[in-house]
Design a protein around this ligand. Structure first.
Ligand code: BG6
Length: 490
């Protein structure tokens, strides 16, 4: 068996590595990956000996020195700690660059071998493909043709295809070079603390899991509104849209964790088997149960087709036909230019069979007194909302919250950002939080009816919660957001 972590360390520390970053001159590397790698280095979570080789097409080739300068700028702008002191010097010295094109890979191969010699012994190779989809298969092909792929692991960025056929083709291209056990498809939402915490909440306590089924839960909402608009990414957005950007990826992955059966063990195969079982139980999406929206003004953004039908918003209902969830609607929503940026999962609990307490009109109409709310907008909270008696002579009920807040309960200084967490897991060889090829293909399969016959986009005003039709989509329930008069950041 591979030895992936140095067990003499108090916290998991990967064995020695050479990390190769394709797309090293791109936006993701600048905003997330280089700052994230430096944070891991500073936290003592990178291997004892490592090298990071940046790569990009020859037309964007950099010298080692230029790459270090870029990395320093990226960390200064987006990092949590400043690029200075001995920690930075050590990190910077570990950076080098090797350009590569499909038919000109010599510089990269030389840089990788040089880095391996500098590390000494036989370090693990980890390739991170932060490249646009068009470049994806050629980079994979290059890794196969040069022999660099041998015994290596690969981190693959979304999108994993645009439909079932393209996802199958992509998986076939990857599997021609990398065995599935060495493929780490990254969905950064699965690296957020709250996802691990959903597992803890459900499977470490006797309190919640007994309620986690159709007997006690009437509906579930997975809500990811974003306040930002497309931020100048017209080209990307026009060819992607919110369904492919957010739903088939982040929202469905979250749904897999919220809805899964208890895994046999907390390890990759069991977790991913349970996730795939949820996806297999998902009913094919019904276009009549989906609302596509576009914010007014989107068509006037530079680079957007003035007659664009691309959605900047989606809300939809998902049905899971298994014993645990039959008849329980899962409502999912995400969109750009909405009222607030939030990440909230809400489980609506069923009403007691008999209501013996008088409720005032607002509470009766609201119908949201019994809820479990997992808010993973950083730093995150979990609250149980219930009815309690108001102090006083009469039996008057009011809505109350029992709240666990990460910030007030724990120190969050050891927390890792999603990308940091996932890169570390990939170095440790743990695939628990990465998506398997059969999961990806199944998600595109259930999406086909919606992709083939999308309902027309409906307008919504920037700063709203989406088109009006979303109210009837969830009736008789209501969207948990916007919360009425309640504090957001606990
Ligand atoms: C990305 C999407 O995957 O996730 C973006 O491409 C989106 O459109 C982003 O804004 C949201 O991630 P987070 O972690 O900032 O909520």
């Amino acid at each position: 068996m591979d030895q992936d972590s140095d067990t003499t360390q108090p916290q998991p520390r990967p064995v020695n590595h050479v990390i190769v970053l394709f797309g090293a001159t791109g936006d993701l590397a600048r905003r997330k990956l280089l700052p994230g790698l430096f944070h891991l280095a500073k936290a003592g979570l990178l291997p004892q000996h490592y090298r990071i080789v940046g790569s990009a097409p020859t037309s964007e080739a950099l010298s080692d020195e230029q790459f270090r300068t870029r990395a320093r700028q990226a960390v200064a702008e987006f990092g949590r700690s400043r690029p200075e002191g001995p920690a930075w010097q050590e990190f910077e010295a570990a950076l080098s660059f090797g350009a590569a094109d499909q038919d000109a890979s010599r510089a990269l191969v030389a840089a990788v071998h040089e880095a391996e010699q500098a590390v000494g012994g036989t370090p693990r190779r980890l390739f991170h493909l932060a490249v646009p989809p068009v470049a994806f298969t050629s980079v994979i092909g290059l890794l196969g043709a040069t022999g660099l792929a041998q015994d290596a692991r690969v981190i693959v960025e979304k999108p994993f295809g645009t439909d079932l056929a393209s996802a199958r083709a992509l998986n076939a291209a990857v599997h021609a070079v990398f065995d599935e056990s060495r493929v780490f498809r990254i969905d950064h939402f699965l690296g957020k603390e709250a996802v691990d915490n959903i597992l803890a909440l459900r499977f470490a306590n006797g309190l919640f899991e007994p309620l986690w089924n159709r007997e006690h839960i009437s509906h579930v909402q997975i809500d990811l509104p974003e306040q930002i608009d497309i931020q100048g990414r017209a080209h990307f957005f026009e060819s992607t849209g919110t369904f492919r950007d957010m739903v088939v990826t982040h929202l469905f992955q979250l749904l897999g964790f919220v809805a899964m059966e208890p895994p046999v063990a907390l390890e990759a195969q069991s977790l991913r088997d349970e996730q795939v079982k949820v996806f297999r139980s998902m009913r094919a999406l019904n276009p009549a149960h989906a609302v596509r929206g576009q914010y007014t003004g989107y068509r006037a953004e530079p680079g957007v087709d003035p007659a664009s039908d691309t959605e900047t918003f989606v809300a939809l209902r998902v049905d899971i036909d298994n014993w645990r969830w039959a008849g329980v609607p899962f409502h999912l929503r995400s969109g750009k230019a909405l009222a607030e940026g939030r990440h909230v999962v809400t489980l609506g609990l069923r009403e007691p069979v008999l209501r013996m307490f008088p409720l005032d009109a607002r509470q009766a109409a609201d119908g949201r007194a019994n809820e479990l709310v997992i808010d993973f907008t950083d730093p995150g909270s979990i609250s149980a909302r219930f009815l309690a008696k108001e102090p006083g002579p009469s039996m008057q009920l009011a809505v109350a919250d029992m709240v666990f807040g990460y910030r007030s309960s724990f120190t969050t200084e050891n927390s890792l950002e999603a990308y940091e967490h996932l890169i570390l897991q990939a170095m440790l060889g743990d695939q628990s939080l990465f998506t398997r090829s059969d999961a990806i293909e199944r998600l595109w399969e259930v999406s086909a009816p919606l992709l083939e016959a999308p309902p027309p986009v409906e307008w919504y005003a920037p700063g709203s919660w989406g088109p009006e039709a979303i109210t009837s989509l969830v009736a008789p329930y209501q969207w948990h957001l916007p919360e009425r008069g309640r504090p957001k950041d606990r």
